[in-house]
Design a protein around this ligand. Structure first.
Ligand code: ADP
Ligand code: MG
Length: 361
């Protein structure tokens, strides 16, 4: 087994730099999710680790060995692709055995590795079928089987569940997770789906525009996002961001309406009068049809209930607040409501750079 370390990685396609000084580390046995919007460079990064792309700068280390100049097959990493990449004219058994045969493994060793992988993945009954005779979930399992039989030190997954329907995705999520628990192989898992990343990973690497924005355990990113990008990318519905200023113990919105702040924030004179963005997650706002002390008055633009949860979209002087209430509450569109922002969950970001200003809030 082996850890993976990526240091100052740079990669361009022609004049376009798609990886800009990317660094992160996966400890031995760790499950890392690489998450970010489409086009941010996740696949390029993963393919670079696998050796399917050459890089223009930086170092990739697997198991303490710098692998920049090694062929993919010498890197001891197996990749699972989104489109499964199965050979259509081969049976499940042949698909799983193929890479071992290429490496010149003995027939009995190959047979026993395929049998073991099939057992782990519940594919025993399908070994003689062709990919076209399998469901999407089964094909995905075969793709994982092909990776497992090689007994690599590292698994690299590139959006392996994107082609599956929602229910199957949730099921496969937990299958991959228990497979990881069982085999303990260092895994780097690319997804654009932050829920997938949150539920599967030990730690998440959030990327944007070829850069790493933040690395940390899922709930740490949720509770302490380092900037507005991470704050709004992690969590759904997204964190509310409202522009304004801090002054005299209040957060002043563009229309002059103030939100009282706790002393630990207002005590920081450095922040006074600075243009900031206030951030608060939808579930940290209380909503009431009666005026409440310290609340702000907002108009309800929409109100949708899923039975147990109610999702509000409210406006205050041009700013939007999404509010999630863990109960049913039907409010007419256009009604005025009182919003109470839970002070312990307020975030403040620099208006220009988007960086979190107060880390210990
Ligand atoms: P992601 O997997 O996060 O969606 P990719 O790593 O596939 O992103 O792509 C990152 C950027 O690099 C995108 O702008 C994409 O268009 C570009 N890109 C990817 N592969 C190539 C290629 N072979 N040639 C030129 N540009 C590419
Ligand atoms: Mg991709």
């Amino acid at each position: 087994m082996a850890g993976v370390s990526v240091l100052n990685l740079i990669k361009s396609y022609g004049p376009v730099r798609v990886l800009q000084d990317v660094s992160f580390e996966a400890q031995d046995g760790e499950f890392i999710a690489l998450v970010g919007p489409s086009g941010c460079g996740k696949s390029t990064l993963l393919r670079s680790i696998a050796g399917l792309e050459t890089v223009d700068g930086g170092t990739i280390t697997i198991g303490g060995r710098v692998v920049n100049d090694l062929d993919p097959k010498e890197r001891d990493a197996s990749m699972v692709f989104q489109n499964y990449a199965l050979y259509p004219h081969m049976t499940v058994r042949q698909n799983m055995a193929f890479s071992l045969k290429l490496r010149g493994g003995g027939a009995s060793e190959i047979a026993s590795r395929v049998a073991e992988a099939a057992r782990i993945l519940g594919l025993d009954d399908y070994l003689d079928r062709y990919p076209r005779q399998l469901s999407g979930g089964q094909r995905q399992r075969v793709a994982m089987g092909r990776a497992i039989v090689r007994k690599p030190s590292v698994f690299l997954f590139d959006e392996p569940l994107s082609n599956l329907d929602a229910a199957l995705r949730v099921q496969m999520r937990s299958e991959i997770r228990s497979l990881h628990k069982r085999l303990g192989v260092t895994s780097i898992y690319v997804t654009h789906d932050q829920v997938e990343a949150m539920t599967m990973a030990d730690r998440i690497v959030v990327m944007q525009g070829g850069r790493v924005e933040q690395v940390g355990p899922p709930l740490r990113l949720y509770d302490k996002p380092c900037n507005t990008f991470v704050a709004t990318f992690i969590g759904s519905p997204a964190m509310n961001l409202v522009a304004g200023k801090l002054r005299n113990g209040q957060f002043i919105m563009s229309d002059g309406q103030g939100i009282p702040l706790p002393a630990k924030i207002t005590g920081n004179s450095e922040l006074d009068t600075r243009p900031v963005k206030l951030g608060i997650r939808p579930e940290h706002i209380g909503i009431s049809s009666k005026a409440v002390r310290g609340s702000i008055s907002a108009m309800v633009e929409s109100c949708e209930s899923t039975g147990n949860m109610t999702y509000f979209n409210c406006t205050v002087a041009g700013a939007t607040f999404n509010v999630t209430a863990p109960y049913r509450l039907i409010v007419e569109r256009g009604s005025l409501v009182a919003l109470t922002l839970d002070a312990q969950y307020l975030h403040f970001f620099d208006a220009d750079s988007g960086k979190q200003l107060i880390n210990e809030v």
